[in-house]
Design a protein around this ligand. Structure first.
Ligand SMILES: [Zn+2]
Length: 341
């Protein structure tokens, strides 16, 4: 067995200023110096610098000083005490670049996976009442911008409302999926921009356009299924998730300062420029199909809805309200879904 390499050092015991020349070596998990030794785990090794002497801090306040830095470095390496990984990284621009790339990748991963996670946590803690306030403000903003009062008579509106209320009551009685604690269906004229449409706002306000009810006047089961789908968005709080995700930074700021005006001002643009994810849509479809069927509706009538939409040559890609139902992806897939037994 080779003898452990030795190096001359000045030992300061931490009490007197006098330096004592000693031989230092590492053996058996201990740093030996002269007739003393200390456990390796208790000593602090020097950060590598280009110049200057090297000093090992000893437990109890003493230190070993090595005048010849180059000799120390090769002695430390020969003793199995290379530089710590961090020091080596700092000294290599390639590794520094790599750590920068990893940092950027980490931030990107945080955006991709961390943000949705944070959104879900925020949705968990945000009370329904706050979500409702947000939705009411949104509806107010939409009423000034995209929506006009409905052209349907009060009697027509009441007839639709009664039909949906009956379907939901039946679904409840038949053990259908849980219905949102709070929701309200609003009739609006969405003009050409929105066309036949229905959409759910955070907090349970659901807007149904006159054009949708005109298009499906003879297909009440399709209308019920559309509404049930929107109730799925409400139940799963998709609108709130969408807004939080799109405006995460301003939402956090709003919550901290307790002022939602900035968020509310940006909200219509957020809703117009962002679509629900496909996962959200599927979730709403699964919920909507179950609820509508429990309510006695024939969900396969959705095929008629998609057919008629296509006939209108609805330019689905340019619809300004991306969350609206006419933009929902993969019509054929959805027709199959709503038709299968
Ligand atoms: Zn949807």
């Amino acid at each position: 067995m080779d003898a452990a390499p030795r190096l001359t050092a000045d030992w300061f015991d931490g009490h007197s200023a006098r330096a004592r020349p000693v031989q230092a070596w590492i053996d058996g998990g201990r740093l030996h110096f002269g007739d003393q030794s200390a456990p390796l785990a208790g000593v602090t090794w020097p950060e590598r610098q280009r110049h200057g002497q090297r000093q090992i801090l000893l437990p109890g306040g003493g230190l070993l000083s090595f005048a010849d830095a180059a000799a120390f470095d090769s002695w430390a390496r020969a003793s199995g005490r290379g530089d710590s990984a961090v020091v080596q990284w700092q000294q290599s621009w390639r590794l520094a670049l790599l750590s920068l790339v990893l940092l950027v990748a980490g931030l990107a991963a945080g955006w991709r996976w961390g943000l949705p996670w944070a959104v879900d946590r925020a949705v968990d803690v945000l009370p329904l009442s706050a979500e409702h306030t947000l939705g009411e403000h949104l509806l107010g903003g939409l009423d000034g911008e995209w929506l006009k009062p409905s052209r349907l008579s009060a009697a027509e509106q009441q007839a639709w409302q009664q039909r949906w209320a009956a379907a939901i009551a039946r679904a409840r009685a038949d053990g259908g999926p849980a219905v949102p604690e709070r929701f309200e269906i609003h009739f609006r004229d969405g003009g050409k921009a929105l066309g036949p449409n229905a959409f759910a706002l955070p907090g349970g306000d659901i807007v149904v356009t006159d054009a949708l009810l005109e298009l499906l006047a003879d297909e009440p089961d399709a209308v019920t299924t559309v509404l049930a789908h929107e109730l799925g968005h409400v139940q799963h709080r998709h609108g709130l998730r969408l807004m939080l995700r799109a405006g995460a930074v301003s939402v956090v700021a709003s919550v901290i300062v307790g002022d939602f005006s900035t968020l509310l001002a940006a909200a219509p643009a957020v809703l117009a420029g962002n679509a629900y994810s496909r996962d959200n849509e599927r979730e709403a479809d699964v919920y909507g199909r179950a609820l509508a069927r429990a309510g006695g509706a024939d969900t396969s009538r959705m095929a008629v809805f998609f057919e008629r939409l296509a006939k209108r040559h609805a330019n689905v890609d340019n619809n300004p309200m991306a969350i609206a139902i006419s933009t929902h992806p993969a019509d054929e897939e959805r027709v199959r879904f709503f038709s299968e037994r």
